[in-house]
Design a protein around this ligand. Structure first.
Ligand SMILES: NC(=O)c1ccc[n+]([C@@H]2O[C@H](COP(=O)([O-])OP(=O)(O)OC[C@H]3O[C@@H](n4cnc5c(N)ncnc54)[C@H](O)[C@@H]3O)[C@@H](O)[C@H]2O)c1
Ligand SMILES: [Zn+2]
Length: 256
């Protein structure tokens, strides 16, 4: 990453009135959560994405739930999984006024834990487990993960589902609409830690660009967004490290 590019991005952040961040699994890698792609411990190198298809949950609830427990709940909500400097930097930018929203594909609740308020969870959240029939909701720690698959206490034999979006399901409507309103309004869109391959989420920076925004991408390797010319400035590096440098440049200190 060039110092000059870093300075240019810090300058852009200073000058912009309506910034949004578009984040993906890479933003949480430094918190200890592996991404699906593009990392040495990427999940899809070890599992097939079919396991998170909504039809698999219906047809093989036990197999799906064992996967969900092992790869999500056994560590995503562990005590030692904490927000990293990426999350804290974005929360600080919101507090200072220029960052208006975070559109996240992440389901780990770390932006909210870092203090961000306007967070649109494009793929839902793992912080709750729900019954899609009656709306019953429970937090993961309240569930006995030894007795799988979990069932709704109110509806006979109805298997519960994490509140995140499975393959084959639609995007939560409120988050979808709010995300694209913000994408059309923003003058700067900072893309962090996403492979940009999951549709329709990957349209967020493209819509921002079409509406005149500048696009900055932060990550260890340039993604399709940079290769196809959507990105204006690519900052190569781990997002936590780049965030710390930007925070230092903008505020003269790093709080977390
Ligand atoms: N933390 C989470 O909530 C979590 C974890 C795994 C997967 N997911 C889900 O996976 C789907 C996959 O799409 P995606 O684009 O978000 O992720 P992805 O797994 O497809 O891509 C992750 C990207 O992050 C980059 N990356 C790796 N380490 C990084 C670091 N330290 N700093 C910055 N970037 C880094 C990789 O190069 C890759 O481009 C999303 O829908 C998301 O819901 C979420
Ligand atoms: Zn129910």
């Amino acid at each position: 990453m060039l110092d000059e590019d870093l300075k240019q991005v810090a300058d852009l952040i200073k000058r912009s009135d309506y910034i949004i961040a578009f984040t993906g699994a890479g933003a949480s890698v430094e918190s200890g959560i592996p991404p699906f792609r593009g990392s040495e411990n990427a999940l899809w190198d070890n599992y097939s994405p079919d396991i998170l298809d909504i039809s698999t949950l219906h047809e093989e609830p036990l197999k799906t739930w064992e996967f969900i427990r092992d790869v999500f709940y056994d560590y995503m909500f562990r005590e030692d999984i904490k927000p990293n400097p990426t999350h804290f930097f974005l929360a600080r930018l919101e507090k200072e006024g220029s960052l208006k929203a975070i559109v996240t594909q992440n389901i780990d609740n770390l932006h909210q834990e870092a203090g961000s308020k306007e967070v649109y969870e494009f793929h839902g959240s793992a912080a709750y487990i729900t019954c899609t029939t009656c709306g019953y909701r429970v937090a993961p720690h309240q569930l006995n993960m030894k007795n799988l698959p979990p069932k709704c206490p109110k509806c006979v034999n109805k298997v519960l589902k994490p509140d995140f979006v499975f393959f084959g399901e639609g995007i939560p409507q409120k988050a979808y609409e709010a995300s694209f309103v913000a994408a059309r309004k923003c003058d700067l869109c900072i893309v962090i830690g996403t492979s940009g391959t999951v549709m329709p989420a990957s349209m967020v920076p493209i819509v921002a660009k079409q509406n005149g925004a500048t696009i900055v991408e932060i990550g260890p390797t340039p993604t399709e967004l940079t290769r196809n010319g959507t990105t204006d400035i690519f900052l190569k590096g781990k997002s936590g490290e780049v965030s710390r440098e930007l925070e230092q440049m903008l505020f003269g200190n790093v709080t977390n």
